[in-house]
Write a protein that binds this ligand. Structure first.
Ligand code: RAM
Length: 517
């Protein structure tokens, strides 16, 4: 790991101040199994939240509070004894859920491969009552289950005051209201996309405030695009760029993600595509802000991502596909990453060329342009299968949605051929499908780039509209309309239900679809 202190100081000077809002629960709910509900559980109204102020709860009692919307913040509660003087500690168990399934499904049933410590629960033992409880950990929830594990036979408790201090660095007063004539479903997708982004905007752009609560560059790139159309907290993008730019892996590659605490440091996860995404993220930032100084300071980091990316080419000019690398692209076990990685490299080289021109870095311009030629030629010679009419990936010449979409975005062909390619793809049942909203984002981008905005709009409505119909308060990390309990982690309990890379409907609506309603 290598640290550039001067750049890191800049990042730390940009730590945002947080906006705090007090939010009260709106009702009590009863969470029950529901075969029709997306994750198998729903919540139905079970009375006024005020009931907990005067009720008396003893051993084995519980209730579920509904805060009415997704929140990220700190729970505070006051607890009062009812009955005789408390002669034993109070023990409470709290369970937090972004969705009803986390409240309904017992966490003990979880056996996925990500740590179970992400599941949000807490045991509190309170010796002295009455008490003002301030939970130190930040939680991410709409629902909170409060279960009284024990009081004593002589006393019970009531809860005169329970609320959340919600936190974000996204200031909604910066957002222009949508024109009133926009259709309702579009307004809903815009609102939910904004809420998703807002709840992920903390002291960095987090991927998911429940999990992994950290800065990933693949997520940052999409959040930044949505931010330029909404919150305009451009300094937060700048902070994140300086964090990635100052905390590099040993060979100068940008790491896949950054931890802020106890002191900023880069994770040892290396993703081929994610390192390269530093380049377009910087270009988008510079185009949105005209911040020349940041461009000058971070250009060397961007440039070296392209150099490192090009080093993976084999003698034919094709990205080497072996067991030693990890390239993200999408969560799909069977997906071969070679062709999409090749396309990401080309996409980033083209954006790097724009940066080199802005920097008047003639030497870089020359080798980047040569790289674009080489990669394009090799792509057409080795990854394009004329007979099948698709780009193929890996030794087994796999056809996938990811490969075609990224090749469209890399503009190997012009818009018309790209539109035809995407139409053929939609008719090809054998192609390895997409699984994440992250990949769907790129599908929508690819449709727009190949002159098919109506199809893009239709697909956005189908996919994110499906989440809205399935009750999303914020957009989800994973959503497969054909397998709604899908999780790459072994259980949908650990999925994040407010996820950065899913926030982009607001970007599409405000930037690309604005003249279509
Ligand atoms: C998961 C998260 C994150 C993503 C990485 C690659 O851990 O969903 O958002 O960027 O994968």
């Amino acid at each position: 790991m290598s640290i550039n202190e001067a750049l890191l100081v800049k990042a730390e000077q940009l730590i945002p101040s947080m906006i705090e809002t007090r939010v009260e629960p709106v009702r009590l709910v009863d969470v029950h199994e529901d075969a029709q509900a997306v994750q198998g559980w729903s919540a139905r109204a079970a009375g006024d939240a005020g009931a907990i102020k005067t009720g008396a709860y003893g051993k084995g009692d519980s209730f579920v509070l509904d805060f009415g919307d997704h929140l990220v913040g700190y729970l505070r509660m006051s607890v009062r004894p009812v009955g005789s003087p408390p002669d034993a500690p109070l023990r409470l168990k709290l369970i937090f859920g972004e969705t009803p399934c986390e409240i309904g499904e017992p966490f003990e049933s979880y056996n996925g491969w990500l740590s179970s410590s992400w599941l949000q629960e807490e045991i509190l033992t309170v010796d002295v009552l009455p008490a003002e409880l301030r939970l130190p950990r930040r939680y991410c929830f709409r629902y909170v289950k409060v279960a009284v594990v024990d009081t004593s036979p002589k006393y019970k408790v009531s809860f005169p005051d329970v609320y959340c201090i919600a936190v974000t660095s996204g200031d909604p007063s910066n957002i222009r209201p949508l024109p009133e004539h926009y259709p309702e479903d579009i307004a809903a997708m815009d609102r939910i996309g904004i809420k998703t982004l807002q709840d992920c905007m903390q002291t960095v752009f987090e991927d998911g405030p429940k999990r992994d609560r950290r800065l990933w560059i693949g997520d940052l790139r999409l959040q930044a695009l949505a931010n330029y159309e909404t919150f305009r907290n451009d300094d937060l993008v700048k902070r994140c760029l300086y964090l990635f730019g100052s905390l590099l892996l040993e060979d100068g590659a940008v790491g896949a993600c950054i931890f802020e605490k106890p002191a900023p440091h880069v994770d040892d996860t290396r993703l081929y595509d994610y390192s390269l995404f530093f380049v377009p993220t910087l270009l988008d930032y510079v185009e949105a802000t005209n911040d020349r100084q940041t461009l000058e300071e971070l250009w060397p980091v961007a440039r070296s991502q392209l150099e490192i990316g090009l080093r993976r080419l084999d003698e034919r000019g094709v990205v080497r596909d072996d067991a030693t690398w990890w390239c993200f692209i999408d969560w799909h076990e069977e997906l071969n990453k070679q062709a999409p990685a090749q396309a990401v490299l080309l996409y980033c080289l083209k954006r790097g060329l724009k940066l080199a021109r802005k920097m008047r870095d003639g030497a870089a311009e020359a080798w980047i342009a040569a790289g674009i030629d080489e990669v394009t030629r090799a792509t057409l010679a080795h990854l394009w299968d004329e007979e099948r009419g698709f780009f193929v990936s890996g030794e087994r010449r796999q056809v996938s949605w990811a490969s075609q979409i990224w090749m469209v975005l890399a503009e190997v062909f012009g818009p018309e051929d790209n539109a035809k390619l995407l139409r053929r793809l939609a008719e090809e049942p054998e192609a390895v499908p997409m699984t994440t909203p992250y990949m769907y984002h790129h599908y929508i981008e690819a449709l727009i780039a190949s002159g098919e905005p109506e199809v893009a709009l239709k697909q956005m409505r189908r996919y994110w509209g499906g989440m809205v119909e399935d009750g999303a308060d914020t957009f989800w990390e994973l959503y497969n309309p054909d397998d709604k309990r899908m999780s790459p982690y072994g259980s949908f309990l650990i999925n994040s239900y407010c996820h950065a890379w899913s926030c982009t409907p607001t970007y599409f609506i405000r930037k690309h679809f604005k003249d279509m309603f």
